[in-house]
Design a binder for this molecule. Sequence first.
Ligand code: HEC
Length: 139
Amino acid sequence: MNKPYTAEHAFARGGVAVRASLLKAASAVCAAAALAFAVQPAQAADAANGKVLADSHNCAACHGVNLNKPVSPDYPKLAGQHADYVYWALRQYQMGNGNPNFGRSNPIMQAQVQSLSERDLKDLAAYVESLKGDLVEKK
Ligand code: HEC
């Protein structure tokens, strides 16, 4: 059966793979310690690396200075947006038309994200959230 693809699926699958390889590597040492290690949260997103990526991929060429002043009103302001939302939006552009249920088919953004890894998307999302934006009032 074809189950709908969700972010939870992707995370769950990644988690199982990581856990499996960790267990294998550590089984000679101590399986209990490996299990404890495997349930630790994934490495936190790195906003500083997100800035490096945003600079090298020229995100500001369209989304403007500090991703807050788009060059055209039909381009979105990004600064301050929740990282979870930004990450998911970027994943959706990667999926594009290939996933009619979850993909976003925008040829401009699809071209921007194809070369980026999952980790890159998370770092970019953390960077976007860290920026001060016109649309978001931080309380
Ligand atoms: C060539 C211009 C261009 C570049 C470069 C560009 N973007 Fe975009 N971006 C757009 C446009 C246009 C949209 C709106 C697309 C749509 O309608 O779905 C968009 C949408 C987005 C969105 C969705 C915003 C929302 O509120 O849903 C995110 C997130 C985003 N871009 C992040 C980035 C990042 C990160 C980079 C650099 C890696 C980048 N963009 C580079 C033009 C660009």
